[in-house]
Write a protein that binds this ligand. Structure first.
Ligand code: KG4
Ligand code: ZN
Length: 336
């Protein structure tokens, strides 16, 4: 049987990404053109700038991906593009590029769900991972606890009722003046801090609930900083970062392990930008070991937004018989 090549295109937020996947899980190239430098100037992503930057970046990235793999347009068997969730103007750039390419080269195209993509990033790194498993999906805009029952069969069991986990990292970091995106900055300085310095709330919601709520925690951290400022007391940013991070991680670990217990599944895969967090991985690793659960996580570059995960998801959807066509829309609020 001849090889099957999937091109992934991802432009849902502030990174323009193109990747090529060979057959099932072999990643040939994974390109990211980051816009962080420009958005940092504004303290967060400016949608209008993001879509204009995608427009400049996307075609050269597609050419580069083909050049680096010595493939031509004719070799590509499937184009998988993020259809949502994400910023409307950003998504439109990727989808328009994919549609044009698909029509011009007569190649099938499929619209991929970005959040499912984060979960599928795990398959690229962990070749032995097969459903069923529990996935904790923690990104800048979403927080989900999911039963992954099959390669295209997902059941959302819990999600955030207000801020996403990554969003709380970004907002707390912003208040601390650490810059955007805040997650990696907090991760770094928290290592030097005392996680027991301040006791911030762990919001567990109703006893049986798998939902999350991080906005109260964010407010508690910001209020605490205000109080210190008013009293003119010195802020120990490392201690605050470590105490905040521990509060987020406590909730994520507790709920993930409870779902593992309830489902009886013996695998947990974390994914999304916050899966890059070193303390979260450390704690999940220990909790899984105690219960004899196999713990999976993507490599750092596959935790945050990338097109490899979009190629992987699209490939699985296509193999299960799903198809998209030139009338495909964008879905800025798509659920997992
Ligand atoms: O998945 P992602 O790249 O984009 C979205 O789909 O949202 O996630 C970005 C989020 C940001 O909120 C960022 O601060 C967070 O992931 N993040 C981290 C770390 N690296 C990225 N949060 C905590 N610790 C990290 N090391
Ligand atoms: Zn993402």
């Amino acid at each position: 049987m001849s090889d099957f090549y999937t091109m992934g295109i991802e432009t849902s937020c502030d990174d323009s990404c193109v990747a090529i996947l060979k057959n099932d899980r072999e990643l040939l190239v994974n390109l990211i053109s980051s816009q962080i430098d420009i958005h940092t100037l504004f303290g967060g992503v400016v949608p209008e700038i993001a879509s204009r930057k995608h427009l400049e970046a996307i075609n050269p990235l597609i050419d580069k991906a083909l050049n680096e793999t010595n493939l031509s347009y004719d070799d590509i068997d499937l184009i998988s593009v993020t259809k949502g969730p994400g910023l409307m103007g950003s998504l439109l750039v990727g989808i328009s590029a994919a549609k044009a390419l698909s029509l011009a080269t007569n190649t099938p195209m499929i619209g991929a769900n970005h959040m499912r993509g984060h979960i599928c990033a795990n398959y690229l790194v962990n070749k032995d991972l097969k459903p069923p498993f529990v996935s904790l999906v923690v990104s800048g805009g979403h927080t989900y606890l999911v039963k992954v029952k099959g390669y295209t069969d997902y059941e959302i069991v819990g999600k955030t009722r207000d801020d996403a986990a990554g969003e709380s990292f970004d907002k707390v970091a912003r208040k601390m003046g650490l810059g955007y995106p805040g997650g990696p900055k907090i991760d770094k300085i928290a290592k030097k801090g005392n996680k027991e310095a301040v006791v911030f709330p762990r919001v567990m919601l109703e006893k049986d609930s798998y939902d999350f709520s991080f906005s109260g925690l964010k407010t508690a951290v910001i209020n605490y900083m205000h109080q210190l400022e008013q009293k003119d007391e010195e802020l120990n940013k490392a201690d605050i970062a470590a105490s905040f991070e521990e509060a987020v991680v406590d909730v994520l670990v507790e709920k993930s392990m409870r779902l593992i217990g309830e489902t009886g599944y013996n695998k947990l895969a974390v994914s999304g930008g916050v899966a890059a967090n070193s303390r979260l991985k450390e704690r999940l690793e220990v909790a899984c070991k105690e219960k004899d659960i196999k713990f999976y996580y993507p490599s750092l570059e596959l935790c945050t937004d990338n097109a490899a995960m979009i190629a992987m998801t699209g490939y699985l959807d296509y193999k299960s018989g799903q198809r998209s066509n030139k009338f495909m829309k964008v879905y800025p609020n798509l659920e997992l």
